[in-house]
Design a protein around this ligand. Structure first.
Ligand code: TXA
Ligand code: MG
Length: 326
């Protein structure tokens, strides 16, 4: 059930979570599907609802820096400690850190790994929910496994609404692309998933940063399964514009443009223009909604633009390469 995120409904959502139910809520990136992180059976339910394999661990959301020690042993060595302190500048915000986990975090949340993914979201509704509940919330994106992440309450409701207690509606999410995942486990910090916080921004704060590697990854138990090919994929076949070759009888073809094209090929209908002047933040904000929209139209093919891989363009292209891999 979709509920407007009024103060009363946020309290209700916290009560539902507290009693072991699942609640979807907005974050500044995408909507999350939450359960109390210390409640094993509720977390188990997240995997069931999403159809998510148990080897794919969840992100734990906390309300404030004070809660970090409850879930992560972030002071275990000096290098990690110093990096976490520097990276606090991005919290609350779309940066997820991989750190050694504490014993309190159940194995189901971390897929049996000794590490935990953790972030403080900046969305006021997410923060308010976490502050009311006073406990960490494990929340992956609130979509069926391998489908496009939800950026509105309706996206959540359409596909998993009937299986969960509540969808808190906070309107469309701001960034529209998932958080950056940064591992602090190895000798050098490494980006495991590019996101809203860019490599450029991170490298101004910490030294020795390893870029996200686009090398092929193993299909079982990779470091971050979000790296799996075929993630974020619509059901309709999707290809990049540069790979499109007009042929007879291609059926109905939708086109998702990043900026207003000079001319539009008459074979394309509908055409979704994400940003008049190709602003990549705006593209990211609207991207998943446009893919879902066109995926619901019974098209035979979706043709989509690509962008240069700088700034948030790295994250956009990371998602799109996986989306066209189906
Ligand atoms: O923006 C976001 O990060 C959203 C919102 C809801 O916070 N969440 C999200 O969660 O995108 P999800 O489950 O769709 O993606 C979490 C990613 C997965 O690729 C998972 O493999 C990785 O985080 N992850 C979680 N724990 C990890 C760990 N201990 N080591 C490495 N990767 C981990
Ligand atoms: Mg996801």
């Amino acid at each position: 059930m979709i509920c407007k995120a009024t103060p009363e409904n946020i309290v209700r959502a916290a009560e539902l979570l507290d009693s072991g139910e699942l609640v979807a809520f907005p974050t500044e990136t995408v909507y999350g599907l939450g359960a109390v992180a210390f409640n094993e059976s509720a977390c188990n339910q997240i995997f069931k609802v999403k159809g998510r394999p148990f080897f794919d661990p969840l992100i734990v959301h906390i309300a404030s820096f004070d809660e970090l020690s409850e879930v992560a042993n972030w002071e275990s060595d000096q290098n990690t400690r110093e990096n976490v302190i520097k990276l606090q500048t991005f919290w609350p915000g779309p940066l997820t850190l991989i750190l050694p986990k504490t014993d309190k975090v159940p194995g189901i949340v971390t897929a049996g790994k000794p590490s935990v993914a953790v972030r403080i979201p900046s969305h006021p509704i997410a923060l308010s929910l976490l502050q009311t509940l006073k406990r960490p919330v494990a929340a992956p994106s609130a979509n069926p496994f391998s489908y496009v992440s939800p950026t509105t309450a309706k996206h959540v409701d359409d596909l998993i609404g009937s299986k969960i207690a509540m969808v808190l509606d906070g309107g469309p999410t701001q960034f529209g692309i998932e958080s950056t995942i940064l591992s602090l486990l190895g000798d050098a910090p490494e980006i495991l998933r590019p996101g809203v916080i860019t490599h450029e921004q991170l490298s101004q704060i910490i030294s020795n940063l390893q870029a996200h590697k686009t090398r092929p990854v193993p299909t079982l138990n990779p470091a971050a399964p979000g790296m799996l090919e075929m993630h974020y994929a619509p059901r309709t076949k999707m290809i990049f514009f540069e790979d499109y070759r007009p042929q007879a009888s291609q059926g109905k073809i939708g086109y998702i443009a990043f900026k207003s094209p000079a001319t539009i090929d008459s074979r394309f209908s509908p055409v979704s223009i994400l940003s008049k002047d190709g602003d990549l933040a705006e593209v990211a904000h609207k991207l998943f909604a446009a893919i879902r929209e066109q995926d619901s139209l019974d098209l035979d093919l979706i043709v989509i633009d690509s962008c240069s891989e700088a700034g948030v363009g790295v994250a956009i292209m990371d998602r799109l390469r996986k989306a066209v891999a189906r």
